[in-house]
Design a protein around this ligand. Structure first.
Ligand SMILES: [Zn+2]
Length: 139
């Protein structure tokens, strides 16, 4: 037994759609039919106008790095075996901000505005650098 894990969410009936999509490599957002905005994380109503006219829509998976923190200590499994890792807030191309983790990136290469793409290790959305105009790994 691996014991409890604190990185994998328990899906309920509502969020199961989100996690099923993530397992297929698709990041889902929620789109409001009333104010035409998208939000994340998924809610059953629009956090801007409270409309319940909200449906799932697939994100491009593109984002830019907004802020981050290299976590050197976390005693909760499985993070304990993974430190250091990079906890981050990214700006999704569609607009919403998302708390996530950055993978496949040297810590010294992290910078605001870094272009990112979604990856789904273990079916959990994370982000990694995808090149673009911001240098990755130094020039
Ligand atoms: Zn709305």
């Amino acid at each position: 037994m691996m014991g409890a894990r604190y990185d994998l969410p328990e899906a309920d009936a509502f969020t199961r759609t989100y996690w099923d999509a993530a397992a297929r490599g698709v990041l889902l957002l929620r789109h409001c039919g009333t104010c035409d905005r998208v939000h994340h994380y998924p809610r059953e109503f629009c956090p801007r106008c409270w409309s319940e006219d909200v449906t799932w829509s697939a994100a491009t998976g593109r984002a830019t790095l907004h802020t981050w923190s290299v976590v050197h200590r976390n005693d909760l499994p499985p993070f304990k075996d993974r430190t250091p890792y990079v906890a981050a807030v990214v700006d999704l191309a569609e607009g919403p901000r998302m708390m996530t983790e950055i993978v496949d990136c040297a810590h010294e290469a992290l910078r605001a505005g870094l272009y990112l793409e979604a990856v789904f290790p273990d079916g959990v959305p994370k982000f990694r650098p995808c090149g673009g105009s911001v240098a990755v790994g130094g020039v």
